[in-house]
Design a protein around this ligand. Structure first.
Ligand code: ADE
Ligand code: ZN
Length: 344
């Protein structure tokens, strides 16, 4: 039996750096928003929808992910979506979140980018006081659409750039190499935005190199396929390029067969600056602390390794120096119950 008189160690304080807000849409909220907006979903209810979350690859997931964005229509819908994520994230130890959004998934349906950003901001503006979570927004371009569409999206985002900290690149990777977006990344850099890109999720290690050398990104999202190229690993280690790895996502999208076979321990062993994130938690079976717990249980990660992952998340984040120092101090002060010993 557990005694509760001693310190209870909650989840480690951490930053989440790879999280698509559209991927936090839980089936129950999808149905509530569908009802509010009088939209028919082709599922009988949340349980039937959840049962459809069985994917064979990235594209099979993206098809459902884009389909369900139909329920997001108004500023309040986006605010409610972000509120729901931030409340869950806070309960999982998240103290800072850098949140992707896909404007083209909404503008293609006739929902203005201003509706999206103002709606998200309605939630994010109060996130620190309500949930203790500081936030940033990352505008992500859909790489399977033409580069001209990305340029137009950046131009449309002009009035909202003070709300946006970085640009990213997501959606179907293979066949859409980073270099396709050289021009829009140069424009984003000139506008003062930070730069990240998904690379090496399903795509080859060469896409990681291209994202670094052609786009000039500071962080790689996923990046797990770097492990196929020892020279690339050596470079990522030497330059301490952060990789925002998403273990549950990699298993659900069949990039990795089983969590027990995930390359994360080898990545840590190699000296890579790895972080752990949830990607699209509603679809992939868990939020960020669930990923941490999964790594402990399936791969035997130690408390020390989990603490390093949390530390890396703060080092790799785009917070200012004062906030970074505050977050690192909070992590250092966090009591961890030694593994295998009951709390007393
Ligand atoms: N959009 C949402 N999640 C994604 C992922 N894991 N890879 C590429 N695009 C995405
Ligand atoms: Zn992603």
């Amino acid at each position: 039996m557990r005694h509760t008189t001693g310190p209870i160690a909650g989840p480690l304080p951490k930053a989440e750096l790879h999280l698509h807000i559209e991927g936090t849409l839980e089936p129950e909220l999808a149905f509530a928003l569908a009802e509010r907006n009088r939209i028919d979903l082709p599922y009988a209810g949340p349980e039937e929808l959840r049962a459809a979350y069985a994917f064979s690859d990235l594209q099979s997931f993206l098809d459902l992910y884009y389909q369900l964005t139909a329920v997001l229509q108004t500023e309040q819908d986006f605010a409610d979506l972000a509120d729901a994520y931030l409340e869950r994230a806070a309960a999982q130890g998240v103290r800072h979140a850098e949140i992707f959004f896909d404007p083209q998934a909404h503008t293609a349906r006739g929902v203005d980018i201003g509706t999206v950003v103002r709606g998200l901001a309605r939630s994010l503006d109060h996130s620190e006081e309500r949930f203790g979570v500081s936030t940033g927004l990352i505008l992500s371009f859909l790489r399977d659409l033409p580069a001209e569409d990305a340029l137009k999206t950046l131009a449309d985002a002009g009035p909202y750039l003070d709300r946006i900290s970085a640009v990213g690149l997501d959606s179907a990777e293979v066949g859409h190499p980073p270099a396709k977006f050289a021009e829009v990344y140069a424009a984003a850099r000139a506008a003062g935005l930070r730069l990240v890109a998904h690379a090496g999720e399903e795509g080859p290690p060469g896409y990681i190199t291209e994202a670094l050398d052609v786009l000039g990104v500071e962080r790689i999202d996923h990046g797990i396929r770097c492990m196929e190229d020892p020279q690339l690993v050596a470079r990522l280690v030497a330059e301490q390029i952060p990789l925002t790895v998403c273990p549950f996502s990699n298993v659900r999208l069949r990039c990795v067969d089983r969590l027990e076979e995930h390359p994360l321990p080898a990545m840590l062993e190699a000296g890579l600056l790895v972080t752990v994130n949830s990607d699209d938690p509603s679809y992939f079976g868990g939020y960020v602390e669930d990923n941490f717990r999964g790594l402990r249980e399936a791969l035997g990660l130690t408390d020390e390794q989990l603490r390093l992952l949390a530390r890396n998340s703060f080092l790799a984040s785009f917070v200012d120096d004062a906030r970074r120092a505050e977050l690192l101090a909070e992590l250092d002060a966090h009591a961890l119950v030694p593994a295998g010993r009951p709390e007393v």
